[in-house]
Design a protein around this ligand. Structure first.
Ligand code: HSE
Length: 403
């Protein structure tokens, strides 16, 4: 009996080519790539596939009644949203890796799945090869789960590792992350923290059953890191990592943000280097668990897509059960943080509403302050942070007991 899943693939870039290779290595998937839709048919590609598979017409896939599953890995979030919505409206299940598209449109995408009784799976959207979404959805109960925290972006972690551990300069480390296929086509998403942010939004939906819009979450990346920040961290015996976290903070509330953090040796994520991702899941009764693996790159991401393809073979879909719990935590930004801010000439301690200052250093070359500030105030002043040459690091003192 021929019970193959016939796939219509959108996108044949780094991840699309990986999917083509991985599917051909997995006979038990009984999957066949039937058509591949790309924007530019003439573009040279390193992985060969038969010419007759390719088309540049979206309808050649969406209108093909022989296609059972759409796999969508294009890097344009708007085009991706349109394709995914069209497919779901036709009742065709979709596997997607597009975290920006999913994070921005999750409520509508959930509604479409329900309305048209079909499925959208996206484990590959968050942390590459690490199966974080399906585990949060199926295994971790909302009541016991206290925190999900980790390194969710491979490119920025790769850059920090090269700069921090190997003394390379930032620009050449970024160029390598791009050449190795880890970075987004617009690497600003990686280095400014947005890629981690999108993944955190998706993770939070499956961890706590709550959707928070990306624009409502504090996000600060690594692009403004200076040698003086690296020197400071080395002197203190810590590493700087770009960390995304969602954590319950008591009284039925939770908070979330993305920012660099000083990470001490002994913490699980201290040893997560290069393009690897690491996710710490903390809960009542079981304390901490740690998931570690390649978070970016062609084949690691494709392996996660393959897992979703296999899951569809068994009609798996996310049920978003936690969204319907009576007692869901409420998002708050009213929490204290203790942050390090490195600055040059503009007097940051006068511009940010710190509630206490613990340490301050002034020199002609660079200055820093370590102080307490409410997350809501930090968000209200983010225009200042983005306009000036500053670097912000969470010292994590207030979250000490959580990590
Ligand atoms: N640009 C992303 C990263 C790819 O570096 O993590 C995987 O989502």
């Amino acid at each position: 009996m021929d019970n193959k899943i016939r796939i219509g693939l959108f996108g044949f870039g780094v991840v699309g080519q990986g999917i083509y290779q991985v599917v051909s290595k997995a006979p038990n998937a009984h999957a066949e790539i039937r058509r591949i839709c790309v924007r530019n048919l003439a573009k040279p590609r390193s992985v060969e596939a038969p010419g007759e598979l390719f088309t540049d017409r979206v309808a050649d896939i969406l209108d093909d009644p022989g296609i059972d599953l759409i796999v969508e890995v294009i890097d344009n979030a708007d085009a991706s949203y349109k394709i995914v919505c069209d497919a779901l409206r036709r009742g065709i299940p979709v596997v997607s890796g597009n975290k920006a598209m999913i994070a921005r449109h999750l409520p509508e995408l959930i509604a479409l799945q329900q309305e048209h009784d079909t499925a959208l799976l996206y484990d590959a959207s968050s942390c590459g090869s690490i199966p974080v979404i399906r585990n949060l959805e199926e295994y971790y109960d909302n009541d016991l789960l206290l925190e999900v925290k980790g390194i969710l972006n491979g490119s920025s972690n790769y850059i920090l590792s090269r700069v921090f551990d190997h003394g390379e300069d930032y620009a050449s480390a970024l160029a390598k992350a791009q050449a190795l296929g880890f970075a987004e086509s617009d690497p600003t998403f990686d280095i400014e923290g947005y890629d981690s942010l999108f993944k955190l939004v998706i993770i939070t939906m499956h961890a706590l059953g709550v959707y928070v819009r990306p624009e409502d979450i504090f996000t600060f990346g690594i692009s403004s890191i200076h040698d003086s920040d690296i020197r400071y961290a080395r002197e203190k015996g810590v590493k700087i990592k770009l960390v995304a976290q969602v954590a319950k903070v008591g009284n039925g509330r939770f908070t979330m943000f993305v920012m660099p953090e000083f990470v001490r040796p002994g913490k699980y994520i201290y040893s997560v280097d290069d393009e690897y991702n690491g996710v710490v899941i903390r809960g009542e009764c079981y304390d901490r668990q740690f998931m570690f693996g390649k978070g970016a790159g062609s084949l690691p991401t494709a392996s996660s897509i393959l897992s979703d393809i296999m899951a569809r073979r068994h009609d798996y879909r996310y049920e978003y059960k936690k969204m319907h719990y009576i007692d869901r935590p409420v998002y708050t930004t009213d929490i204290p943080l203790r942050i390090y801010v490195r600055y040059s000439s503009t007097p940051i301690p006068d511009l940010l509403p710190f509630t206490a200052i613990h340490e301050q250093y002034l020199s002609a070359e660079s200055c820093y302050v370590i102080g307490d500030i409410n997350l809501a105030d930090l968000i209200a002043h983010r225009h200042i942070l983005s306009a000036l040459d500053v670097f912000v690091v969470n010292t994590s003192s207030f979250f000490e007991h959580l990590d």
